[in-house]
Ligand binder design. Structure first.
Ligand SMILES: C[C@@H](O)[C@H](N)C(=O)O
Ligand SMILES: C[C@@H](O)[C@H](N)C(=O)O
Lengths: 161, 161
């Protein structure tokens, strides 16, 4: 099936990543993290939580950079209440996404996107997917290169205008 | 802004979760995980990788249950090649998603969805989001309850036909 797998590449440089480490994996913790952010009107973009280990797991989310100072203040309190071991953040990150309606049936898209970034020595910091999109967090300094490489990999015209 | 935040709730019970623990956080590892799956035609649904710690991180992905035996065979070899400490899996999981085009501007949707699941004692096993969707992995036995609760929370009619 030669159908077009990826129809576009998107990116967003205005990203700051915030990670809460070693949260207890019990009901109520995720709500305790995002409730206060929503009350204060902080726009959350990516949210990633992976499988827990020994009853603990990390939650990471991304926000716009202007919201970082307020978010870190809120998270200091949240970490105290939930028992997270630390709050980490990183502003030198950017989000790159490969978008394609037929993607669900082609796990090859992920493999090709990851292999393309690898060939340029671009480390994948975080991954999140939906049925039609693969979103990767990388270091901001690589975003133009990553966008160009992914356009080439999937045969798309590009203009980083 | 009272616009409709969530327009639909989706779910999928045919999910098996596979986690590779303690992968080295260096370029090439994600491609080494998904390359062999794509070569063997295994359909990968969710992919989640969170922030690394001390140079290592976990990668989790979901597949359909029929693909689990073959996937575990492939992952045993991948774990050996990449240096992952173990391969874990769980077939008693299900995916639930809240979908809404306006969601990007309302981190409150995540907080409300998580709080609603919490009130029913449903533990959130994994989280992945896109601009218009929040996807949560839960234990399969709670999927009907979760779908009903989320419909109620966002004021949607529902019919688990
Ligand atoms: C870690 C967090 O997601 C927890 N499992 C919860 O349900 O809130
Ligand atoms: C862990 C894995 O994603 C690694 N960072 C890579 O780029 O392949």
């Amino acid at each position: 099936m030669e159908a077009v797998l990826v129809s576009g590449i998107a990116y967003d440089k205005d990203q700051a990543r915030v990670t809460l480490r070693d949260l207890p994996d019990v009901p109520g913790v995720a709500a305790a993290v995002f409730g206060p952010l929503s009350e204060k009107g902080v726009l959350v973009d990516m949210i990633v939580q992976n499988t827990s280990l020994d009853g603990h797991t990390d939650i990471t989310f991304t926000i716009t950079r202007k919201d970082l100072p307020q978010t870190l203040e809120i998270m200091t309190e949240v970490a105290r209440k939930t028992g997270a071991s630390e709050v980490m953040h990183d502003v030198s990150v950017a989000k790159v996404s490969a978008i394609g309606v037929g993607m669900r049936n082609h796990s090859g898209v992920a493999a090709r996107a990851f292999a393309a970034l690898t060939q340029e020595g671009i480390n994948i910091l975080m991954i999140s997917t939906s049925e039609i999109k693969i979103t990767i967090l990388i270091q901001e300094k690589y975003v133009e290169l990553a966008v160009r490489i992914l356009h080439d990999t999937f045969g798309l015209d590009w203009d980083i205008g």
